[in-house]
Design a protein around this ligand. Structure first.
Ligand code: GLN
Length: 532
């Protein structure tokens, strides 16, 4: 029977519940346990795919094509858990399913209510993942902060599950903030006491309290939290700020979180061992011989989370190349206003990420032209490939007004356009080309030299495609088409020959990069950025 760890958060948001959950997963995997991780999001959108990145941050795509919360990206980067659409449960999804059942008459004669119908649906969705994935332990992260109205049904569901499963089968790890008050020169435990109080009001007693703090937890503070929050002293686990998010599993293990979980679940397993992670990731983070400065030219630059997986993938490849990553975030609209050289003259590589809508497009095209002409290593992702094709069509092939029909429906040269099947689509939710598709790679190309494989699987999230009518003209002018989705006759990768490294792909390689296994395209991009 699977065991459940419910992770909740108190005091404030952004404490790193996602990283904590992923780190717990990492520690447990190192003990030989099979784990999986679920994220519950209390918003009413069925998935985050319809939200603006400024609202929600990046939309992470699973291999089966679900648009999910970015925390799933952390789970996949830290662990070997295979995540699918069932790993992200939202209020929208739960209500959608309950209301559909109600219309079918599945609750005939009954008043449909939050308790038990919504809470049962939540519980069944959680259990489904635990059973289908045949895990020893399932970690369930509840989004939001205790005390929010929105997350109450999720908390009620886990309260019931804890009761039903009984001791030894379900625990709650509550992550709180223990702030340091400078003027008093002290850390304060009161916010933690209050947030645990809120949890207990709704019937949940935490088994472990993870105390996020910038300072060391004093013995007095630990004792106080234990006493007032009704947990053992060892169950008050310090989570002191660390330099890198990848250090968190090691820090939590040092504080004894592994042994605590073993005891609470009475587990028979190996001792935890993170030496591989320590050698392959941590040691490299702390030892580098050079810097590598990469420009990311996008339009959601102001928000740290909007290009999360891209920044992480760059970081993984930088450490694999023995270098320290310096990211220069550039708003493509600034390039339109102020010119390009000013922003790009001091960088070693240029990355244009994905995006939607025409704001900032021209700035991206100018940045790509700069990379092409000045032979600066370039990586284009999704919209980054589409804009690279537009740039090449306009400035090399002489198709002056070449564009994507996303930005100009009536363009004379629609080098990027909608496939017929997409033209009929009206709904916006989950209707793009989503998830993993096979890509066949041409030999003797930069793509092949990176992957060293002929067939790869990469994840997608887009509507528009390269327009095959332009393939031969662009090819004649020197654009290399190095990757295809054969079944759909679609272009997946383009690149340039007489350039140190100019590669752009229609898919999102960033979703598959891990700190101990960087993505080959990112790795070679960074490698050439260092060499050039
Ligand atoms: N807006 C483009 C499309 O829908 C690119 C999407 C993306 O970059 N993810 O095709």
């Amino acid at each position: 029977m699977p065991k459940y760890i419910f992770v909740t958060g108190g005091v404030v948001s952004s404490l790193g519940k996602g990283i904590a959950s992923a780190s717990i997963g990492k520690i447990l995997e190192s003990m030989g346990l099979k784990i999986n991780i679920i994220k519950c999001d209390p918003y009413i959108n069925v998935d985050p795919g319809t939200m603006n990145p400024f609202q929600h941050g990046e939309v992470y795509v699973t291999k089966d094509g679900a648009e999910t919360d970015l925390d799933l990206g952390h789970y996949e980067r830290y662990t070997n858990a295979v995540l699918t659409r069932d790993n992200n449960i939202t209020t929208g999804k739960i209500y959608y399913s309950v209301i559909t059942k109600e219309r079918k008459g599945e609750y005939l004669g009954k008043t449909v209510q939050i308790i038990p119908h919504i809470t049962d649906e939540i519980k069944n969705n959680i259990k489904k993942v635990a059973y289908n994935k045949r895990v020893d332990i399932i970690i369930v992260e509840i989004g939001g902060t205790v005390g929010d109205i929105e997350s109450l049904p999720f908390l009620e569901a886990i309260r019931q599950m804890k009761l039903e499963l009984g001791r030894g089968y379900a625990i709650n790890i509550h992550l709180t903030l223990v702030p340091y008050i400078k003027s008093a020169g002290e850390i304060k435990t009161k916010p933690t006491q209050h947030s645990v109080g809120r949890l207990r009001e709704i019937g949940i007693s935490p088994d472990i309290i993870l105390c996020r703090s910038e300072r060391k937890l004093t013995k007095e503070a630990r004792d106080k939290i234990a006493l007032f929050c009704n947990v053992d002293r060892e169950a008050v686990v310090p989570a002191i700020d660390v330099k890198s998010i990848y250090e968190v599993p090691i820090a939590l293990r040092k504080e004894g979180l592994d042994r605590l979980i073993v005891r609470l679940f009475n587990l028979k397993c190996y001792d935890s061992d993170l030496s591989g992670w320590e050698n392959k990731v941590l040691k490299k983070i702390n030892h580098y011989s050079k810097d590598v400065k990469i420009a990311v030219v996008g339009k959601y630059i102001a928000l740290q989370d909007a290009y999360k997986s891209i920044y992480e993938a760059l970081f993984h490849s930088a450490i694999a190349n023995d270098s320290k990553l310096v990211i220069k975030k550039i708003d493509s609209e600034d390039i339109e206003k102020n010119g390009v050289a000013k922003y790009l003259k001091d960088v070693q590589g240029i990355l244009v990420p994905g995006g939607f809508g025409d704001r900032g497009i021209e700035g991206k095209i100018i940045a790509i032209q700069y990379a092409r002409k000045n032979k600066i290593p370039f990586l284009g992702i999704c919209l980054g490939m589409q804009t690279a094709v537009i740039e090449f069509s306009r400035n090399v092939c002489g198709f002056r007004n070449a564009n994507s029909t996303e930005f100009n429906k009536k363009t004379k040269h629609p080098v990027i356009s909608l496939l017929e099947e997409q033209q009929k689509v009206i709904d916006k939710g989950a209707t793009m080309r989503l998830g993993a598709y096979e890509c066949k790679i041409k030999k003797d190309t930069k793509a092949y030299n990176s992957y060293r494989r002929e067939v790869i699987l990469e994840r997608h999230r887009h509507r528009y495609e390269f327009n095959n009518e332009y393939r031969s003209v662009l090819e004649e002018k020197g654009l290399i088409f190095s990757g295809f989705y054969l079944e759909g006759n679609l272009v997946e990768i383009v690149e340039l020959k007489d350039h140190p490294w100019f590669v752009a792909c229609q898919f999102h390689p960033e979703f598959k990069s891990k700190p101990d296994n960087p993505h080959p395209l990112f790795k070679n991009f960074i490698k050439s950025a260092i060499i050039v």
